[in-house]
Design a protein around this ligand. Structure first.
Ligand code: COA
Length: 256
């Protein structure tokens, strides 16, 4: 199985846990981490003992999105215009995925939640999708799913003005299941996963299939188009300036 020192995989009591563990960089995802998460989802899917999967962050942070140094230095690594193993692993996972959003989530830290089944948010876990400010575009099917959930005018506020999705708003629109005190979010997600392990597994899988199937082909098509647009954007002067500005802790300057 592909591993990363920053992604921990464990199985206990029928629940597989994938823990993002790169706290000093706010759990920003490198290519290696994407591969390790995909491998974890595949292992959990293949393991007959596993009935549910929990994806969790570290205290105070869920995931700061794609590693921006990786975007700048390896813009084309693993981004060939086809769907990544990470996205495919989420699309193809037949077992319920429970997210423990232990703190803020940014970019793909948010869009991956759209492909989880139960999502528990820490009370201070704001969700941000600053793709446009970074010279980028929405990904992982979010240009289809987010307008549907939030409505196009509210998504425009999040994408263009960079306003975060507040926890209560995330629950109201159906991105999240419930808001939980920050120090209880992992326990709540693990307890939900444990409850799923006691259900009839074939009925659980069939239900997940029915809930996800109507959108699946369209999502794959949208996510593929988004991936191609993202690969183009990553090579743009705009994106390079925005990414460098973040890493150099200065405001970006865009020319016309
Ligand atoms: N890629 C690479 N490094 C990142 C990162 C990312 N996406 N997010 C945070 N880091 C790094 C910071 O550069 C900093 O590194 P340093 O200690 O070497 O200077 C460290 O993680 C801590 O980040 P900091 O911004 O100081 O933490 P914070 O608690 O003030 O804020 C966030 C947390 C997540 C709100 C903030 O880091 C952030 O907005 N990150 C960028 C998110 C983003 O734009 N992601 C891409 C979306 S496509």
């Amino acid at each position: 199985m592909t591993t990363s020192e920053f992604v921990r995989y464990s199985v206990a009591g029928g629940v597989a846990t994938i823990e993002l563990a790169r706290a000093d960089k706010k759990n920003a995802l490198t290519i290696e981490m994407y591969h390790a998460i995909a491998a974890g989802l595949r292992s959990a899917g293949d393991d007959p003992e596993v009935r549910a999967i929990v994806v969790q962050g570290q205290p105070g942070i869920f995931c700061a999105g794609n590693d921006l140094t990786d975007f700048l230095e390896r813009p084309l690594a693993g981004r060939t215009g086809t769907l990544s193993p990470f996205m495919l692993a989420f699309f193809e996972c037949e077992k319920p995925i429970v997210a423990a959003v232990t703190g803020p989530a940014v970019g793909v830290g948010v869009t991956m939640l759209l492909h989880c089944d139960l999502v528990y948010l820490a009370d201070r876990a704001r969700l941000s999708i600053p793709f446009v400010a970074l010279g980028l575009v929405p990904e992982f099917g979010s240009s289809l799913l987010l307008p549907r959930l939030l409505g196009p005018a509210r998504v425009a506020e999040k994408l263009y003005l960079g306003e975060p999705i507040e926890p209560a708003e995330a629950v109201a629109c159906g991105i999240a299941t419930a808001v939980v005190p920050a120090d209880e979010v992992v326990a709540r997600a693990q307890a939900a996963a444990q409850r799923i392990t006691r259900l009839p597994p074939a009925a659980v899988r069939a239900t997940k299939h029915l809930l996800r199937a109507p959108d699946r082909e369209r999502l794959v098509a949208v996510a593929t188009t988004e991936t191609q647009a993202l690969a183009e954007r990553l090579g743009s002067a705009e994106a390079r300036e925005a990414l460098a500005a973040f890493l150099e802790k200065r405001p970006p300057k865009f020319s016309a």
